[in-house]
Ligand binder design. Structure first.
Ligand code: GDP
Ligand code: IMO
Ligand code: MG
Length: 423
């Protein structure tokens, strides 16, 4: 049985949490493959709104197993808060949540290093969520990191001390004013580690291999989005992991020839939180309307998200890099009421019209070329069949499909699990 992937095609926050939750009924296992608590995946069902950061979005289905893969970075302190928030749901966490021994740990000093690095950059800062993601992946690739499996060894505190000491020296190297009380942070961290140790640690690549062999259906859940990928995103304004399809192979130990459907998810417009280029960004009333109606505030940091028109040049790039086999369009309901909609189909790049994403998409180099389309007035949020959708929206969908050459299989018309139209 092949492993299906679900990943974001823009700059994150496409609605991955909602769709993974909605699709979990079709799967036995949901496995997160990269990222960490920089992610904020929102789910809504039965009048409940819940945000997950590290825990996969299949957790509310009781029967599905949720795996935190080796490619994920875990902050025990945030993880404990996530577990606390789940207590009221009466879930058998020890059985339905399994953690890879190879996943790396975010130390308190990783968070401090993140803050120091950002402060030292001044105006050029990445706009990181400051969860310690960059420094933790740096220690991973630098072969200095601590992994979940280390916690089963007797000398883990020694390993921790050595790494934290090194981090403190590195923090002092940055000439910035970062106030912290390490003893307090550590007390919290050690307590949280004890809670983490009560959970089930597994050799997740072996677990997933056996599950796959015995016919279990697996969905791999991505975090962030393709344009935040460390290799293919808008570097350096990216995150520190491979958010694209290849990241699911390295982040779970699934072989490339075992990948089935690649489900690519995008918003009907575009948003970005944090710094970095965004060619179709709006600074006018239309952008403000998207932000207001779409409630575009970061699920992890609460920062307002920058909003703009759909960018098909960037989306086409993401579809290709990931090998997307089916698309899901989210938040179409937010566009109801716009008289005209714009879709970027090419860039003017240094005076030349191009249809691919160049090395540098800073505003100095790139101006979007738009196709204008009629909007629609109807409220979509109560619709549950594709043929109920207004003509304007169907035309919008067909235009996107023609440009991207991939079918749109799901149209989401609201944040709730039930506001999902399957085609
Ligand atoms: P993720 O990081 O990809 O899981 O996305 P986020 O949870 O950070 O952001 C998506 C936001 O949009 C959340 O607040 C969702 O509840 C909400 N959302 C998801 N799908 C829809 C939709 O179709 N329409 C509307 N109006 N909101 C949606
Ligand atoms: P989900 O999974 C949107 C952005 C940050 C910043 C950059 C680097 O909810 O879609 P980092 O904390 O990784 O050092 O931040 O990436 N970013 C996200 N933006 N959604 C996310 O996750 C993000 N995770 C990181 O805002 O610009
Ligand atoms: Mg999010």
């Amino acid at each position: 049985m092949a492993v299906d992937l679900l990943l974001g095609l823009q700059w994150g926050d496409e609605g991955k949490g909602k769709i993974v939750d909605a699709l979990t009924k079709n799967y036995d296992i949901i496995a997160r493959f990269q990222g960490g608590p920089n992610a904020g995946h929102t789910l809504e069902f039965d009048g409940i709104k819940h945000v997950l950061h590290t825990i996969p979005s299949g957790i509310f289905h009781k029967k599905a197993i949720n795996v935190v893969g080796n490619g994920v970075v875990i902050d025990p302190v945030i993880f404990r808060k996530e577990l606390d928030a789940l207590k009221k749901f009466d879930l058998d966490i020890k059985s339905i949540l399994l953690i890879s021994r190879k996943a790396h740990l975010i130390l308190p000093t990783h968070r401090l290093l993140d803050a120091a690095s950002e402060a030292s950059k001044g105006k050029a800062k990445i706009g990181s969520t400051l969860k310690g993601i960059g420094p933790t992946y740096m220690d991973k690739t630098g072969r200095n990191g601590m992994r979940v499996g280390d916690l089963e060894l007797d000398d883990w505190k020694e390993k921790y001390r050595n790494l934290a000491n090194k981090h403190e020296a590195m923090i002092s190297f940055y000439d910035v004013d970062i106030q912290y009380d390490l003893a307090e942070l550590e007390a919290d961290f050690f307590e949280a580690i004890e809670e983490l140790k009560k959970l089930t640690f597994i050799d997740s690549e072996e677990y997933l291999y056996q599950a796959q062999k015995s016919g279990k259906k697996i969905l791999a859940e991505g975090a962030q989005g393709s344009l935040l990928d460390i290799d293919f995103g808008t570097y350096p304004f990216v995150t520190s992991s491979n958010t694209t399809a290849a990241g699911a192979c390295t982040g779970l130990g699934v072989a490339p020839n075992q990948i089935g459907e690649v489900k690519g998810i995008f918003k009907a417009y575009t948003t970005r939180v944090g710094s970095g280029p965004f060619p179709t960004e709006l600074f006018d009333e239309d952008g403000a309307t998207m932000g207001r109606v779409g409630n575009e505030f970061g699920a992890t940091t609460g920062r307002p998200r920058r909003c703009g028109w759909l960018d098909l040049v960037a989306l086409k790039y993401a579809v290709r890099v990931n090998g997307v086999t089916e698309l899901m369009m989210m938040k179409g309901d937010v566009l109801s009421g716009f008289k005209k909609l714009k879709v970027c189909t090419a860039y003017n790049y240094k005076g030349e019209k191009i249809e691919h994403l160049p090395f540098n998409i800073e505003a100095d180099n790139v101006t979007p070329i738009f196709t204008e389309m009629d909007g629609w007035e109807e409220d979509l949020t109560k619709m549950d069949k594709f043929d109920q959708l207004p003509t304007g929206m169907v035309k919008y969908i067909e235009f996107i499909e023609k440009e991207l050459e991939v079918p749109i299989k799901i149209v989401s018309v609201g944040p709730d699990r039930t506001q999902t139209i399957y085609r």
